[in-house]
Design a protein around this ligand. Structure first.
Ligand code: PLP
Length: 398
């Protein structure tokens, strides 16, 4: 037998599989709502003006590419801290946060997972039911057993909050709880401020370890609004983790720009944590790449570019909201009896549409409208040219 004879074929990534199927579909009207990517009203992936301007500046003063420090560009790490925790936050001022540049949000999550595994090898990890499909695989690949906490209530079209509290109450001390800071993927349902308060109290009372995944800051209600939950955690005095992604908010998917921040109770703790995060990075990929983080640092720290970014992010956010509103209206005018107004209460790129697996499959095979079998559609891929077709097709399968 050859060395690889016993290697099993790994399961295909369901969403990438959907993309392949979409690309092969000859239907001229086809629409891809399966992706987790923001497209503009012309169906194009945007290159933000603030990004192009920062790149122009960088090109005009080209620099040699030495190795970055293990934890990345210092100005980038500082800009991330200021954005996520606020310039005036005591934790930032006291040096109680260890922030490292990551290879996208996924990289931030994995650095945190690897560090946590060394810190507490027997801890369990809980992710929301359902969650971003990579959460489970990522924490399992770091060596954890991954369970779920109740989250989505299909009958109610909302959050099963009592179930969530029950799940967290049953968790052993030290359990790592992965929480979506805003714009829950895949459901679009976020906790209310009041519910967050209760969750933070419960995490604290039960000595659970919060790991906030913030992949969509600015896509829900605004940069500050989406980040408000961070303030609650800071105020709680808990030790906690935050992974940051700029893939969506800067439309820099392929540059892999993200970070991990670990909030500790003293600078001394944070310094030792940072040394261990660097250890994880050093033994995995040594140090991160320059370009994307330099772009983001330049935009975040140059007032005019920062303002331009906030404007462009607001445009993306507003367009998504418009698509949500139009989806509801157009489904109603197309004669869909079911009240779909829940779609406008959801936040971020995605909507759990409530459509069944059979309906999603019919949309795909009969109409070339591609969403995920779970009923998840990417609202950020709807536009003024495809929304009439999409709503007409949904009406036909309802
Ligand atoms: N976390 C969540 C909830 C996501 O939806 C995504 C991307 O889809 C990520 C993390 C990963 O982001 P990145 O592409 O920056 O690794």
């Amino acid at each position: 037998a050859t060395l690889f004879a016993a290697v099993e074929m790994a399961p295909r990534d369901p969403i990438l599989g959907l993309n392949e199927q979409f690309n092969a579909d000859p239907n001229p009207n086809k629409v891809n709502l399966g992706v987790g990517v923001y497209y503009d009203d012309n169906g194009k992936l945007p290159l933000l003006k603030c990004v192009a301007a920062a790149e122009k500046q960088m090109l005009e003063a080209p620099k040699a590419r030495g190795y970055l420090p293990i934890d990345g560009i210092a100005a980038y790490d500082r800009a991330v801290q200021t954005l996520v925790f606020g310039a005036d936050s005591a934790a930032v001022k006291d040096g109680r946060i260890a922030t490292v540049q990551g290879i996208g949000g996924t990289g931030g999550l994995k650095i945190g997972a690897d560090f946590l595994k060394k810190l507490n090898p027997n801890a369990q990890v809980l992710i929301s039911d359902p969650s971003w499909e990579n959460h489970r695989a990522l924490f399992e690949s770091a060596g954890f057993t991954v369970g779920t906490y109740a989250y989505y209530d299909a009958a109610k079209r909302g959050i099963n909050f009592d179930g969530l509290l029950t799940s967290l109450n049953a968790a052993a001390a030290g359990t790592v709880v992965v929480l979506h800071a805003c714009c829950h993927n895949p459901t679009g349902y976020d906790l209310s401020a009041e519910q967050w308060k209760q969750v933070v109290e419960l995490l604290k009372a039960r000595s659970l370890v919060p790991f906030l995944d913030m992949a969509y800051q600015g896509f829900g209600e605004g940069i500050a609004e989406d980040g408000a939950v961070i303030g609650l955690f800071l105020a709680s005095g808990l030790d906690f983790f935050v992974s940051t992604s700029f893939s969506k908010s800067f439309s820099l998917y392929g540059e892999r720009v993200g970070a991990l921040s670990v909030v500790a109770q003293s600078k001394d703790d944070a310094d030792r944590v940072l040394s261990q995060l660097k250890r994880v990075i050093r033994t995995n990929y040594s140090n991160p790449p320059t370009h994307g983080a330099q772009v983001v640092a330049t935009v975040l720290t140059t007032p005019e570019l920062r303002q331009l970014w906030e404007q462009e992010l607001a445009e993306m956010r507003v367009r998504i909201k418009q698509m949500r509103g139009q989806l509801v209206e157009k489904l109603r005018s197309a004669g869909v009896k079911q009240d779909m107004s829940f779609v406008t209460t959801q936040k971020g790129m995605f909507s759990y549409s409530g459509l069944s697996k059979e309906q999603m499959q019919r949309l795909r095979s009969e109409f070339g409208v591609y969403g995920v079998d779970s009923g998840r559609i990417c609202v950020a891929a709807l536009n003024s040219k495809n929304i009439d077709y999409v709503t007409a097709c949904i009406a036909k399968v309802c």
